[in-house]
Design a protein around this ligand. Structure first.
Ligand code: SAM
Length: 287
């Protein structure tokens, strides 16, 4: 993936898919090279602020609710009683905010490798960090792979992998070995969810492999949920859920229907609809 700034247009190029996505920007607000990645923040004309890591669009003010609601609520409404939640990555804190909307959650630990991402969110995306001072939230800055290694067996209810793409620091988060360790730290009945790239571009590659790796790692059910995401490659994204002695094809529909959270995308109907895969995805996963 490469990106460029041509006059007022920020463009992310998806070379291997012969496509690109552009946003009209008015100002560069931040440019930092951290020990892990190149972090930029821009003000755009119509999408609010934009965060970019290593040339890849991470999020904008305008459409991040789609991703953050869909990585958090399907997993939390699938688990029977989620109390102990862990987020690997997610340094912008948008997922943390969604998880903390669940009153039954007792503790959420977020482990991002790069503190600069959270500092940038605090400065330029205040809406995302507004739950950070919730006493149930713990923010750590460390490698998620190592953190999982050091975590006791069967101690977590829901594990959320809110990472960058499977290159650079996030590469290890997509490996079978890592998934086996995730399985180890989940309690029976535990649910894992991982951002799993574009249904259109990656159903026959990254997503299919992730699903197989999850099954190989010992998870007994797997479900990929597509949802719209205008600023990501192809405009369409996915999360993949995996259950440890839990059926991720079903969820607490009644609880999801009664929730009083002020959400903008997630509903039980959206969740149920996302579980019904289009034929091309079903075929890709069956191969
Ligand atoms: N919503 C975004 C997307 O799908 O493009 C991802 C958001 S979040 C900003 C991704 C985070 O993963 C980054 O802050 C990055 O620092 C973090 N990350 C990457 N590799 C990691 C690792 N090994 N351990 C912990 N965090 C990691």
């Amino acid at each position: 993936m490469t990106s460029s700034l041509d006059g007022q247009w920020f463009t992310e190029v998806f070379d291997s898919h012969g496509s690109a996505f552009s946003l009209k920007v008015s100002e560069k607000l931040l440019d930092v090279q951290s020990p892990y990645q190149h972090l930029e923040v821009y003000a755009t004309e119509t999408f609010g602020n934009l965060m970019v890591l290593d040339g890849c669009v991470m999020l904008t003010d305008r459409d991040n609710f789609l991703y953050h609601e869909m990585i958090a609520h399907p997993a939390l409404f699938t688990h029977a009683d989620p109390r102990r939640v862990v987020i690997i990555g997610g340094g912008d804190c948008g997922t943390l905010k969604e998880v903390l909307r669940h009153p039954g959650v007792e503790k959420v630990t977020q482990i991002d490798i790069d503190e600069e991402v959270t500092k940038a969110a605090e400065r330029f995306f205040p809406a995302l960090v507004e739950a950070n001072h919730d006493p149930r939230a713990e923010l750590l800055f460390a490698d998620g792979v190592k953190w999982v290694d050091d975590t006791p067996d069967e101690s977590i209810d829901v594990l959320i992998i809110d990472s960058t793409d499977p290159v650079g620091p996030a590469e290890g988060l997509f490996k079978t070995d890592f998934l086996k360790r995730c399985h180890r730290i989940l309690k029976p009945g535990g649910v894992m969810v991982q951002q799993s790239e574009s249904p259109l571009y990656h159903s026959g590659s990254i997503i299919r492999e992730l699903r197989r790796d999850m099954q190989e790692a010992g998870f007994d059910s797997v479900a990929t949920l597509p949802f719209p995401q205008p600023v990501y490659p192809s405009g369409w994204w996915s999360v993949t859920l995996a259950g440890k002695n839990a059926d991720v094809g079903a969820f607490r529909e009644q609880d999801a229907a009664c929730n009083e959270m002020p959400l903008d995308y997630y509903t039980p109907e959206a969740h149920r609809g996302a579980l019904v895969l289009p034929p091309f995805m079903r075929r890709a996963f069956a191969e």
